[in-house]
Write a protein of this length. Structure first.
Length: 160
C-alpha cells in the first residue's frame, strides 16, 4: 500500500512540474561580424495563452566586442499578423568593462553568453504561430565580436 501511495505521489509531483523552456534557438553570426543587413527571425508556436511567459534575447560574444551594450530592434509578430517593434538595450558589461555574461569555460575563456530579459510575465494573447526578428541597431554597419544571437521563451516563474 505504501509503494502504491509513493508511486501516485511521485507521478503527481512529476506531472505538475512543467518544463520551463517553451522555445530556444540560436543562429551563428558569420565570421563573428554582425552586418546590419542580417536580421534573423525565430519562429515558434504557442498553445498556452493562460500562463505567463518570459522572453529573453541570447547573445554570445567574444572579449573583443568593442562596446558595453548592444542595441537591438526586436519585432514580435503574432498569429493575427499584428507586429510590435521595441528598441532593446542589452547591457553586456558594467562601467568598469567587466562582462555580465557567463564565461564559456576554460578553453573559451574570452567568450561570453548573456541572457537578456526582453519581456517578463506576459501572456500571449492568442494561440498560434509567432515570430521574433532581431536587428542590430548600433551605429556601425558591421559589429565585430558577436558570435551568435538567439531567443528563449520560458514559462515565467513569477505570477503563475
Amino acid at each position: 500500500m505504501n509503494r502504491i501511495l509513493l508511486v501516485v505521489l511521485l507521478a503527481g509531483f512529476l506531472g505538475s512540474c512543467a518544463e520551463p523552456t517553451v522555445y530556444q534557438a540560436d543562429v551563428p553570426i558569420a565570421e563573428g561580424v554582425w552586418d546590419r543587413s542580417f536580421k534573423p527571425v525565430f519562429e515558434f508556436d504557442i498553445a498556452d495563452t493562460v500562463s505567463r511567459h518570459d522572453l529573453f534575447v541570447d547573445i554570445r560574444h567574444t572579449g573583443e566586442y568593442p562596446f558595453s551594450d548592444l542595441y537591438l530592434f526586436v519585432d514580435l509578430k503574432g498569429p493575427n499578423g499584428r507586429t510590435g517593434r521595441d528598441t532593446v538595450e542589452c547591457l553586456l558589461a558594467d562601467p568598469t568593462g567587466r562582462w555580465y555574461g557567463k564565461g564559456l569555460g576554460f578553453i573559451f575563456a574570452d567568450r561570453y553568453q548573456a541572457k537578456v530579459l526582453y519581456k517578463m510575465g506576459d501572456r500571449f494573447p492568442a494561440a498560434g504561430h509567432y515570430s521574433i526578428g532581431l536587428e542590430q541597431a548600433m551605429r556601425t554597419e558591421k559589429l565585430n565580436g558577436v558570435l551568435d544571437v538567439g531567443v528563449t521563451v520560458e514559462l515565467s516563474q513569477r505570477g503563475r
